[in-house]
Design a protein around this ligand. Structure first.
Ligand code: ATR
Length: 281
C-alpha cells in the first residue's frame, strides 16, 4: 500500500513542504511513499482529521491557519505541542493520531547547523515578535539552555501572554522604543515577525548596543538576506538566514513517517532556492 502524507493548510498552493519531502522520498529510494498538498478550509478541518487514515494518509504537516485548531481537535500530543498548544506535524501511532510541533526544533537545528560555535547558554536571546512562530522559538531557546528570553513586541500584552502561557522561567519584555536596551549583552537576536519580507518594511531597530559576537537570524527567508541580516553582517555580526528553519523542521516528521532520518543538504537548499527564484549561495 502507498504511504501517503500531506500538508494541510488554507491556502496551500505556496507550501514548499511537498518539494522538500518528495526530494527526500526520491533521494532515499522510498518507492511506496508520496507527499501531497491538501487545501482544507477551516469548516472541513474536523472531517479531514477524522478521515485522514481512511483516505490512506499515515501523517500530515499542518500550516496556517490550522495549527491551533488541529491541536484542539487531537486527543494526543507530544510535550512540545502540548506546551505550545499548536501542531505542525501529525503522526499515526498505535493509539491514534498524535500532534507534534517541530518548528522550534527546526529553528535551533538550523542555528547549530550554520553557526556550530554558537550556544544558547552563552547569554540572553532577544526575540522581535510575539506571534505563533515566536512561541515555538521561545520554548526551543529555553529548552536549548538560553538563560533569559527578552521579547520586543509592538503590542506589549501579546508578549506578556506569551511569557505567561509558556511559563518561561526568565523573561523580560521591552516596548519597541526600548529595544536598544534589550540588545545589551545579548547572545542572539531573532526576528520572528514578517517585517523584512519582500514588500514589507524592514525591522527598524538600531543595532548599536548589540555585541559584535551576537548571532543574528531571521525567520523571513524571502529575501534570503533581509534588511536586518544585511545590517547585522555589515557591522560584523555572524548571521544565519531563515531558510534552514523550514528545511530542518521537516526532518522529524519524515523520520517518524518513513523510518529514515533525512539530511538537510546543500542540494536540498539549492532546490528550494531555485523554486523561490533565487540562485544558491
Ligand atoms: P506568526 O504566527 O506567523 O508568528 P502572528 O501570530 O500574526 O504570526 O504574529 C505576528 C508578529 O509580528 C506579532 O508579534 C506582530 O506584532 P503585534 O503582536 O504587535 O501584532 C508582529 N508584527 C507584524 N507586523 C508588524 C509591524 N508592522 N510592526 C511590528 N510588528 C509587527
Amino acid at each position: 500500500m502507498i504511504r501517503k502524507v500531506c500538508v494541510i493548510g488554507w491556502p496551500i498552493a505556496h507550501s514548499r513542504s511537498p518539494l522538500i519531502h518528495n526530494y527526500w522520498i526520491k533521494t532515499y529510494g522510498i518507492d511506496d511513499a508520496v507527499y501531497e498538498r491538501m487545501a482544507v478550509p477551516p469548516g472541513d478541518l474536523t472531517l479531514t482529521l477524522r478521515s485522514l487514515n481512511d483516505w490512506g494518509f499515515i501523517g500530515a504537516n499542518v500550516t496556517v491557519p490550522h495549527k491551533e485548531a488541529v491541536f484542539a481537535s487531537l486527543m494526543r500530543h507530544d510535550a512540545v505541542a502540548a506546551r505550545l498548544k499548536a501542531v505542525n506535524t501529525i503522526v499515526t501511532t498505535p493509539s491514534g493520531l498524535e500532534g507534534r510541533n517541530t518548528d522550534g526544533y527546526g529553528f535551533i537545528a538550523n542555528l547549530h547547523d550554520r553557526a556550530p560555535d554558537w550556544q544558547a547558554k552563552d547569554g540572553p536571546a532577544v526575540m522581535i515578535g510575539a506571534g505563533g512562530a515566536a512561541r515555538a522559538i521561545a520554548a526551543a531557546l529555553e529548552s536549548d539552555g538560553a538563560p533569559e528570553i527578552r521579547i520586543v513586541n509592538r503590542t506589549r500584552t501579546r508578549a506578556v501572554a506569551l511569557a505567561a502561557d509558556l511559563d518561561l522561567a526568565s523573561c523580560r519584555i521591552y516596548d519597541w522604543e526600548n529595544a536598544p536596551r534589550a540588545l545589551e549583552g545579548a547572545n542572539l537576536l531573532v526576528n520572528t515577525t514578517t517585517l523584512g519580507m519582500k514588500g514589507e518594511k524592514n525591522v527598524d531597530i538600531p543595532l548599536d548596543a548589540l555585541p559584535k559576537a551576537a548571532l543574528v537570524t531571521d525567520i523571513v527567508y524571502t529575501p534570503l538576506e533581509t534588511g536586518l541580516l544585511k545590517a547585522a553582517a555589515a557591522r560584523g555580526n555572524p548571521v544565519v538566514d531563515g531558510l534552514g528553519m523550514l528545511l530542518h523542521q521537516a526532518v522529524p516528521g519524515f523520520e517518524a513517517w518513513f523510518g529514515t532520518r533525512p539530511e538537510v543538504t546543500p542540494e536540498l537548499r539549492a532546490l528550494v532556492l531555485a523554486d523561490m527564484g533565487v540562485s544558491a549561495n
